[in-house]
Design a protein around this ligand. Structure first.
Ligand SMILES: NC(=O)c1ccc[n+]([C@@H]2O[C@H](COP(=O)([O-])OP(=O)(O)OC[C@H]3O[C@@H](n4cnc5c(N)ncnc54)[C@H](O)[C@@H]3O)[C@@H](O)[C@H]2O)c1
Length: 300
């Protein structure tokens, strides 16, 4: 298959990431079938896609007219058989569970045409964990997005059985939908940016959980030297503290490392109080006006 043959995409999962991926696809001319397990979730996803398009209008990336044209390209489809029947590429964004993803891909293998390329947006798993379930490991690759409102960086990460053609096609597809692909040589947990970010989070949590410095001073230090708009704790609030806790807890349990356990417990104390970050308006900071946005924050 050639990049010009890729015209129709199936986005599976209409949650946070499925909505975003569908949005960039329709903004760049792709027809999209959006599928989720429940109609209510699909309806919510469609509403959010429309709002995301509104965000891009506001930021002058598209016009009001483009918004309507783009929105007409996405269809919410409640039957997976119908959703996958004639698509060129699948982008999967369902929960981070290798068994669940494996089951989905093996079902899709019986539904989608032979030519269809399968991609997963997994954050922390490796594509090789469920490549065999796809029934087409050569046409399967991890294709991972960040927040499309703030960056165009995406990762393309092959597993050992991914063909060079598939990597090339998905790289070209990324460019076609306005993204900037980072093509990895081989699979590695956390891709490129996330791998570095996890180390930053871990260092910040280690400093705070050992009472070396306060959350604010840790962020102040990072922001002051790097000249960034937020520091590690502010970034963790945007990611969501439940996600941060889950990732830390997984590795703490797996490695039984006392410091990692302390770090996971440090985050869990916030999660237990319902302080889940920006989305609940409370996390390490309080929103919509977190202290670190104060113009005098760096000076203390
Ligand atoms: N949230 C992020 O910042 C982020 C960033 C990059 C990658 N990811 C990855 O993207 C994936 C999805 O994350 P999310 O944050 O969008 O999750 P989410 O919980 O917001 O959405 C997941 C959706 O998948 C649906 N779903 C569950 N089982 C399904 C099935 N069998 N078929 C179809 N739909 C099904 C759920 O109903 C839900 O609507 C995960 O693998 C995650 O690691 C998340």
């Amino acid at each position: 298959m050639n990049i010009d043959d890729v015209k129709k995409v199936l986005v599976v999962g209409s949650g946070t990431m499925g909505q975003q991926i569908a949005t960039v696809c329709i903004m760049h001319g792709m027809a999209v079938n959006l599928y989720d397990v429940k109609k209510e979730l699909l309806d919510a996803g469609m509403e959010r896609i429309d709002r995301l398009l509104g965000f891009f209008v506001k930021h002058r990336a598209i016009s009001e007219q483009d918004r309507a044209t783009a929105f007409a390209r996405v269809s919410a489809v409640t039957s997976i058989e119908e959703a996958g029947a004639d698509v060129d590429l699948v982008s999967e964004s369902i929960p981070e569970d290798p068994k669940l993803k494996g089951q989905l891909f093996s079902q899709l293998n019986t539904i989608c045409p032979e030519r269809t390329i399968f991609t997963t947006n997994t954050s922390t798993l490796l594509p090789s964990m469920f490549a065999a379930n796809t029934g087409r490991p050569d046409r399967f690759v991890a294709f991972h997005f960040h927040d499309v409102r703030t960056t165009t960086i995406v990762d393309v990460m092959p597993h050992p059985g991914t063909s060079k053609e598939t990597v090339g096609l998905v790289r070209d597809f990324a460019v076609r939908i306005g993204q900037t692909p980072i093509v990895m040589e081989r699979e590695s947990v956390g891709y490129v940016f996330n791998f570095m970010l996890v180390s930053l989070f871990e260092s910040a949590l280690t400093l705070a959980s050992n009472n070396v410095a306060s959350i604010e001073d840790i962020d102040r230090s990072w922001m002051g030297v790097m000249g960034t708009m937020s520091g590690p704790f502010g970034i963790m609030d945007s990611v969501g503290l439940q996600t941060v806790w889950k990732v830390n807890d997984f590795w703490a349990r797996a490695l039984k490392d006392p410091q990692k356990i302390r770090n996971a417990e440090f985050v869990k104390a916030y999660v237990d109080q319902g302080r889940l970050g920006v989305k609940t308006r409370k996390g390490f900071y309080e929103y919509p006006h977190p202290k670190f946005r104060n113009p005098d924050f760096i000076r203390g």
